[in-house]
Design a protein around this ligand. Structure first.
Ligand code: COA
Length: 157
């Protein structure tokens, strides 16, 4: 199998063990899946062990039903020196039907680390297509916004 090294897609069925008290998929399960897809994408790109540094702006647009086919797509959209910024989209729907709905989006930041926990440089991502260039600009705008959010949150850390 040959997949582009900067993207990863996970597909599976939402299981009964993922249920919340309302009968739909637990938000915590979705966050775990996002983290797993992001980690796989980061490790695949860097060839290193990676840890989650930041998760921003998770929005749950629609509920996911137990038994739905869930698809999580992760893509590198920007790399710093040791960090990888990854866009994640979650789609879900009845496996008997073609239509899948976008249920969640967020951007996560992972850092590549060595055995002792120190960060290591990652290969540079160079966007080629117009879409990829737009996504890189999106990541840079989010970085600027994050600085404002970090300042705002400082007194409460
Ligand atoms: C990730 C970790 C090793 C970074 O250590 P650190 O001493 O802060 O290292 P740095 O300051 O060099 O930051 C590493 C990268 O993260 C980025 N980063 C740091 N804070 C960030 C933030 N708030 N948002 C986005 N990126 C951030 C830095 O810009 C840097 O990227 P760059 O080299 O591309 O510029 C450390 O914070 C850690 O171990 N955190 C816990 C990770 C964890 O347990 N995750 C959950 C389970 S996987």
């Amino acid at each position: 199998m040959n997949t582009p090294r900067h993207t990863v897609t996970l597909r599976f069925l939402a299981e009964p063990s993922d249920v919340n008290f309302g009968g739909k998929v637990h938000g915590g399960s979705v966050m775990k899946w996002i983290d797993q897809a992001g980690f796989t994408c980061a490790a695949n790109w860097s060839g290193q062990y990676c840890v989650t540094v930041y998760v921003g702006g998770i929005r749950f647009y629609k509920p996911i039903a137990i038994g739905d086919l869930v698809e999580i797509s992760a893509a590198i959209i920007y790399t710093g020196n040791t960090s990888m910024h990854i866009s994640l989209h979650v789609y879900a729907g009845n496996p008997r039907q073609e239509k899948k709905e976008k249920t969640t989006h967020c951007v996560m930041v992972f850092a590549a680390i060595k055995d002792q926990g120190q960060t290591v440089p990652v290969p540079k991502w160079a966007p080629q297509t117009e879409d990829e260039m737009n996504m890189e600009k999106y990541a840079l705008r989010l970085m600027d916004l994050r600085k404002v959010i970090d300042e705002e949150m400082k007194p409460y850390l």
